[in-house]
Design a protein around this ligand. Structure first.
Ligand SMILES: Cc1ncc(COP(=O)(O)O)c(C=O)c1O
Length: 337
């Protein structure tokens, strides 16, 4: 929150109150009104600032951490950056276990913010002792005065979005929102925001976006945790190889699966169409909207949540060579761009 002179005491006061931006090209294509909640405007450039701040504040209130404690988290990068930023201000040490497929920019940013980064293999079972979850658990046991925030199983993650993101979107749309489309990873953003919106109007459709290679959609539809659904993917942040405690069947109307390629192409299109330099999973939200277009009506008001900023993907979706290597664009397009 800003004080009277619009001066803030430190960077953490700039978390939340992100803009809702009308997406003109997507509104025209959908024949309804489409907005984006642009979370890249948070100081840590992602929605994770909200949940990191809230989870740390709750741990402080419960007396679980004090200045000098070590905060540990298993993270795909964004939560890590938010925690590292907050640790700088609050005087905590920070250790992050990160999958070794995270982008180079993300890793450099975490280290720059003073975090110790422990790289873990990306494509191993969640129960494997070398998985980033298990490494985080083990470090929390080994290191004295440490605390594993555990964004997947800590329901203060979703509570942050219930108290912040949901009310902001409700007020910014003046209660007109009919559909909320949001990527699901820990499901904190999707479920916390969705729970608040459903409480205001139970007709609001809460739509989760899942990746191929994730167990979430099948679990939601069939109540089956199917390991065959889990395989390597390129998109970062959405999709899960576990069922997090922040997932809540009662809040989510449906999941839509999107491909890595469509997500990458849609993120690049968003830059050109609306001048919004957004992250890879924001492209996933756009692609989900495209897949849902036949169901939308003229007076619908759709909000897409754009989780993070494009600067985190310069070596991936915003690098033509990477796109060509993946087969997402043709090599000869390089000369034409
Ligand atoms: C870029 C990005 N998009 C989407 C998500 C999913 O958000 P949540 O964990 O709140 O479900 C994440 C989570 O790490 C993310 O980093």
């Amino acid at each position: 929150m800003m004080n009277d002179n619009s001066v803030v005491d430190n960077v953490t006061h700039l978390i939340a109150n992100t803009p809702l931006v009308r997406l003109n090209k997507l509104s025209a294509a959908s024949n309804c009104t489409v907005y984006a909640k642009v979370e890249g405007f948070n100081p840590g450039n992602s929605a994770k600032d909200r949940s990191a701040k809230y989870m740390l504040e709750q741990a402080e209130k419960k007396g679980l951490i004090k200045a000098g404690s070590t905060i540990i988290e298993a993270t795909s990068g964004n939560m890590g950056f938010s925690i590292a930023m907050l640790c700088c201000i609050k005087g905590y040490k920070c250790i992050l276990t990160v999958k070794n497929n995270a982008s180079k920019e993300k890793l450099a940013m975490l280290k720059t913010m003073g975090a110790r980064v422990v790289l873990c293999p990306a494509n191993v079972d969640s129960q494997d002792p070398v998985s980033y979850y298990k490494r985080a658990e083990k470090l929390a046991v080994e290191i004295e005065d440490s605390y594993y925030l555990n964004q997947n199983y800590n329901t203060d993650n979703a509570a942050a979005h219930y108290h912040l993101t949901g009310p902001e979107i409700w007020s910014q749309t003046k209660g007109k929102i009919t559909h909320f489309i949001c990527c699901g990873g820990t499901c904190g953003t999707l479920v916390g925001t969705g729970r608040f919106l459903k409480e205001q109007n139970s007709a609001v459709k809460i739509i989760g976006v899942d990746s191929f290679g994730s167990a979430l959609k099948k679990f939601h539809e069939d109540e089956v945790y199917d390991k065959k659904e889990i395989y390597p993917k390129k998109v970062e942040g959405l999709g899960k190889d576990i069922i997090p405690a922040n997932y809540d069947r009662a809040v989510i109307d449906r999941f839509v699966k999107v491909t890595d390629k469509d997500s990458a192409l849609q993120a690049r299109q968003m830059c050109k169409d609306e001048g919004l330099f957004v992250g890879y999973s924001s492209g996933s939200a756009c692609q989900a909207l495209r897949q849902l277009m036949p169901d939308l009506k003229t007076d619908d008001h759709v909000v897409l949540l754009f989780s993070d900023h494009g600067s985190r993907y310069l070596s991936k979706i915003y690098n033509d060579e990477w796109m060509i290597e993946q087969g997402y664009i043709l090599g000869r397009k390089l000369a034409a761009v």
